[in-house]
Every structure is written in structure tokens, then in C-alpha cells.
Design a protein around this ligand. Structure first.
Ligand SMILES: Cc1cc2nc3c(=O)[nH]c(=O)nc-3n(C[C@H](O)[C@H](O)[C@H](O)COP(=O)(O)OP(=O)(O)OC[C@H]3O[C@@H](n4cnc5c(N)ncnc54)[C@H](O)[C@@H]3O)c2cc1C
Ligand code: SF4
Length: 509
């Protein structure tokens, strides 16, 4: 079979396609599965509702790129509008728009899954070859000293001044030219993401990728041959314009933890756990104004992590918090600065002097994805009191870091903005009560909605990814993770997707 990438907004779709395997989603999970299964000779079709954007089609323009590269144009949020739920919607998925940090699943997290979630097969030893392979797929490497921009260096200087542990994270860039637009796509194709690694390899092995192809329902989930109902979209992905059916024995969901659960719910498949146990890992932005130019918008945005307060234990898995440098394009920064109107404009005039960090606070599985009777998707999520305290602690730590690095003022955007100029003012952060929609939280690492568990009473999918109550419907993305896998999910998803794909192949032999 000849592999291909076919844009269904241009080509008239065939009425139906039959394949051995239909994969929904072309990101880290789906592309890795496509590559592994096609290389083993399976006939694979991948459905992707986004378009294909590479090189100069990634224009570095905020509004156009959020419109085309993010799910719901970047506007997806929790039901109470407290947390922006960010996900890629493009061939290659989130890897196209992510910050390229490579942080595999740590052994204590896997032992936690084994001991507290009865996933005996997920041992660090069993997953080690897949972790190593994921790092190779990503060409994981540590940014050089010259590649660290001033914002990252300032965070490191603050950590060193306070004696706190930190590290330069591995990344998956090769040939990075420091343009700094990573979160809206790299125009020089320096990211070794699924679009440039797994997808070309899968196509060479015969897999067919269809873009602007939205899976809307899986029918006959309990039968040997399943039918995926697909709507084709127009060139911009705004409107449905055609339909096609894909028939396959095996359907692999890899649409991300929100969309994979959403599709099962819309299809009436799976048990009462589907959609539950959602982790969002909310991230809190903290910015700082420096007396000198920082130009955080140039170079690698997110390279240095302060890991002093992160906890990795077999008992609890991933806990505590970490702080990582970050940058923002003008549109995003303007929307999360603590001032509006005339004052906001004055603050934006100091864009070159801004530094910024994200407080990454791992959470327990506490949210839920559901589909209302009207058809509307809802993402319910409420912060726990304990989580709020960790967020305040993280904000204080970030403020101390920036002050130690010489910031004139640290800013936490909130309904009542918190502005801190000295250590003596850190107590002001205790006023953050995190009432709904009062601070600009982000979620980039959704997990847990089709939880792997050894029985249907404990979760929605078996440890091999098979969705309970179906025959041959699998989930190979972070939907299966019972708790937060890592502070960054791309490497964990690639690791687990290949691990489960090879198990699928070995059973089918
Ligand atoms: C802004 C941002 C920054 C991030 N930074 C990092 C980082 O630095 N390091 C890191 O490790 N992780 C990072 N992440 C997270 C990481 O990118 C994701 O966890 C990962 O890409 C998810 O992979 P996936 O294959 O599960 O899903 P995705 O990559 O989201 O791919 C799923 C694909 O499925 C498609 N899809 C959804 N529903 C349907 C449907 N019904 N029919 C057809 N197609 C569908 C979507 O369009 C999407 O392209 C970041 C995420 C974001 C949003
Ligand atoms: S910083 Fe590097 S990876 Fe990011 S957009 Fe620029 S060139 Fe691409």
C-alpha cells in the first residue's frame, strides 16, 4: 500500500474506506501508533481534523496561528471559564505548537501506578526501552549555554542566589534559530515533532493520513468491524462539508484526553468512568518587570526549570510544584497582564523588559469531560483547597526567584492584581483565593479521562488500552494515565503509545 497525506478539504472524499486500523488523531500518540503498526505491515488510516502546516505557512502571527493550530482556535476552557484548556489541532498535534520540553515519566510515578493503580505491567523496567526510543525519536538534547535566552538565565540566576535546585531541560529542537515563536509553530521546522519524525516514517511504511477529517462517531464498537463516521471540513477547518465512513477492525483513539473521551461519549461507548478522573495540571503565569531589556520573546521560551519543590515519590507519584521560564507572543501577553486599558498599554510598552515564568502544579484526577444533551462539550474542574495552597506557595517561590534575579516588580494577573516589589510584600499573595475565572490559568497537559485499570469497576480501559465494553477500540494517549505522568506529557505519550502498539501487534500475531 502507498502511504500519503491527503487533504480532504481539497480532494473529494471516497464514500468509504476500509483498513485494518483506523487511528483518530495524528499527534504524539496517534503518529507513533501509526508508525509502529504500519512498519509491522498493518494497513493504517489516520484521521486528523486539523490541517497540515509547516515552514513559512507557520506565519508567526498570533491570531492566524491560534485560529488554525489550536482546538477551538485556542478558546477552549473549563465550564466555569477558570482554565484555558490548550490543545493542538493540526497534523502532528500538540508537538507542532508545544514548548519542546522533553521530560519522560520518572520511575517513582510508574511505581506509583503499579502499586496504587494496579498497573503491574507499567514497570520502569518494562518501559525503559520505550523511554529510550522516545528520546531517540525526539532527538532529545540539552540546549547549549548560548541557546539560553535572558529570561531563562534570570530564572537560573534567581535559583542560584537562593540555593534552589534547577536544571536546563532536554528539548526536541535541532537547528533552532531562536525565532521564539514555538508556541505558534516553528517557521524553520526545527522541532523534531511527530510532523517531521513519526508521520513521514509512517507514510513511508504505507500509512494514509487524512487531514480536515473529523471523526464524529464510532459505530458498532462491540462488533468485529467498526465504522467511524467522519465529516470532512473546509480548507480553514471551520465548517463540515462532506462525509465518509471508515471501516476497521481496530480503532485507536489518540485525539488527546479531552477529545478521546468526548468521542467515546458521543458514540455511547465505554463505561461510567469515561470522561471522569481528568487531570488538567493547571499552570499559573507570573510575570516580572526588569530595569533592563530581557527580550523574552526571542530564543527558546521554556528551557530552565526550578525543581527544588517538585516531589516524586512512589507513594504519591508527581507532587509539589515546579517553576519554568516562559515567554509569550504580544497577543497572549496583553491578555494576561495585570492591567487593562491605558495602564495595560503602558505595561505593554515595557514588553521588552518583561520576564515570565509558569508555576506548574500537578493535580489529582478530579475533573470531568462530559457531553450535554444539547451536544455541547463541557470540561468540569474545581481546584482543591490543598492545590490552591500549593499554587500560592508556587507564586511566592516564583516571586522570590524574580526578585533575587533583580526584578523591579513581580506581577500576578488576577481580578485584583498582585504587585510585589520586595520580599516583605510576599504575603500579599495570600490574598489569591482563586475564585472561578479570577486568574489566567492554562492547562497544556490533560490526562486521565479513559483511565487504564485492571477491571471495569476501576477504570475505563484495560491496561493494554482496550476500552471496556468494546471489541477492538483502544486508547493510546494520555487519557489512560491514572495520574499525572510528568511535568510534560509529550515524551510520556510517545513512550506509552509505542509500548501499547507493540503489545497489540504481539497479540495479533
Ligand atoms: C501550548 C502547549 C505547550 C506544551 N508544551 C509541552 C512541552 O514543552 N513538552 C511536552 O512534553 N508537552 C507539552 N505540551 C503537551 C503535549 O504537546 C501534549 O501532551 C501532546 O502533544 C499530546 O499528544 P496527543 O497525541 O495525545 O494529542 P494531540 O497532540 O493533541 O493530538 C491529537 C490530535 O487529534 C486531533 N483530533 C481531536 N479530535 C479529533 C476528531 N474527533 N477527529 C479527528 N481528529 C481529532 C487533534 O486535531 C489533534 O491534532 C504542550 C501542550 C500545549 C498545548
Ligand atoms: S525558538 Fe527555535 S524552535 Fe522555537 S520557533 Fe524559533 S527556531 Fe523554531
Amino acid at each position: 500500500m502507498t502511504g500519503a497525506i491527503v487533504d480532504l478539504s481539497e480532494a473529494p472524499p471516497p464514500a468509504s474506506i476500509t483498513a485494518e486500523v483506523c487511528i483518530i488523531g495524528s499527534g504524539s500518540g496517534g503518529a507513533t501508533a501509526a508508525w509502529t503498526l504500519a512498519a509491522a505491515g498493518r494497513e493504517v488510516v489516520v484521521l486528523e481534523e486539523g490541517g497540515d502546516f509547516t515552514g513559512l505557512a507557520l506565519t508567526q502571527r498570533d491570531s492566524a496561528m491560534y485560529d488554525q493550530l489550536y482546538m477551538e482556535r485556542g478558546g477552549r476552557a473549563t465550564t466555569d471559564l477558570s482554565i484555558a484548556v490548550l490543545q493542538g489541532r493540526v497534523l502532528g498535534g500538540g508537538g507542532v505548537i508545544n514548548a519542546c520540553d522533553v521530560v519522560p515519566i520518572a520511575a517513582p510515578v510508574l511505581r506509583h501506578w503499579q502499586r496504587h493503580h494496579a498497573l503491574s505491567g507499567f514497570s520502569p523496567e518494562a518501559l525503559e526501552p520505550y523511554r529510550v526510543r522516545a528520546l531517540a525519536d525526539l532527538s532529545a538534547n540539552v540546549p547549549t549555554e548560548e541557546q539560553l535566552n535572558q529570561n531563562n538565565r534570570l530564572l537560573r540566576a534567581g535559583a542560584r542566589a537562593l540555593g534552589w535546585r534547577g536544571e536546563v531541560m532536554q528539548h526536541n529542537r535541532v537547528g533552532c534559530q531562536g525565532v521564539g515563536a514555538c508556541l505558534i509553530g516553528c517557521p524553520v521546522n526545527a522541532k523534531r515533532n511527530p510532523r517531521f519524525v513519526a508521520i513521514p516514517a509512517a507514510v513511508a511504511a504505507g500509512a494514509r493520513f487524512f487531514t480536515r477529517a473529523r471523526a464524529v462517531r464510532i459505530e458498532d464498537g462491540g462488533a468485529e468491524l467498526k465504522t467511524v463516521q467522519v465529516r470532512t471540513l473546509d480548507a480553514k477547518g471551520y465548517h463540515e462539508q462532506g462525509a465518509l465512513e471508515v471501516r476497521a477492525k481496530v480503532v485507536v483513539l489518540a485525539a488527546n484526553a479531552v477529545a478521546s473521551a468526548e468521542l467515546l461519549l458521543r458514540s455511547g461507548l465505554g463505561n461510567e468512568h469515561v470522561g471522569r478522573h481528568l487531570s488538567l495540571q493547571p499552570q499559573l503565569p507570573v510575570s516580572a518587570l526588569f530595569p533592563e531589556e530581557v527580550r523574552f520573546f526571542r530564543g527558546i521560551p521554556q528551557a530552565y526549570a526550578v525543581t527544588e519543590f517538585e516531589r516524586l515519590t512512589e507513594e504519591e507519584g508527581l507532587g509539589g510544584f515546579r517553576i519554568e521560564s516562559i515567554s509569550g507572543t504580544p497577543g497572549i501577553v496583553a491578555s494576561i497582564l495585570p492591567k487593562l486599558g491605558h495602564d495595560g498599554k503602558a505595561l505593554m510598552a515595557q514588553y521588552r523588559q518583561l520576564g515570565a515564568a509558569l508555576c506548574l502544579v500537578p493535580d489529582g484526577p478530579r475533573g470531568r469531560v462530559r457531553v450535554e444533551r444539547s451536544g455541547r462539550l463541557r470540561i468540569d474542574y474545581e481546584l482543591a483547597e490543598e492545590q490552591k495552597q500549593r499554587l500560592r506557595d508556587a507564586a511566592k517561590a516564583a516571586a522570590r526567584l524574580f526578585l533575587a534575579a533583580g526584578a523591579r516588580q513581580v506581577q500576578v494577573a488576577a481580578a485584583r492584581p498582585v504587585l510585589i516589589a520586595t520580599e516583605a510584600e510576599l504575603g500579599l499573595l495570600d490574598a489569591l483565593d482563586f475564585q472561578p475565572a479570577t486568574v489566567p490559568f492554562l492547562s497544556a497537559h490533560q490526562q486521565g479521562t479513559v483511565r487504564f485499570a485492571p477491571s471495569a469497576s476501576q477504570g475505563a480501559a484495560a491496561p493494554d488500552g482496550a476500552v471496556y465494553g468494546t471489541q477492538g477500540v483502544y486508547v493510546f494517549d494520555s487519557s489512560g494515565f491514572p495520574t499525572s505522568s510528568s511535568s510534560h506529557t509529550m515524551a510520556p505519550i510517545i513512550t506509552v503509545s509505542r509500548f501499547l502498539s507493540e503489545q497489540l501487534l504481539s497479540r495479533a500475531r
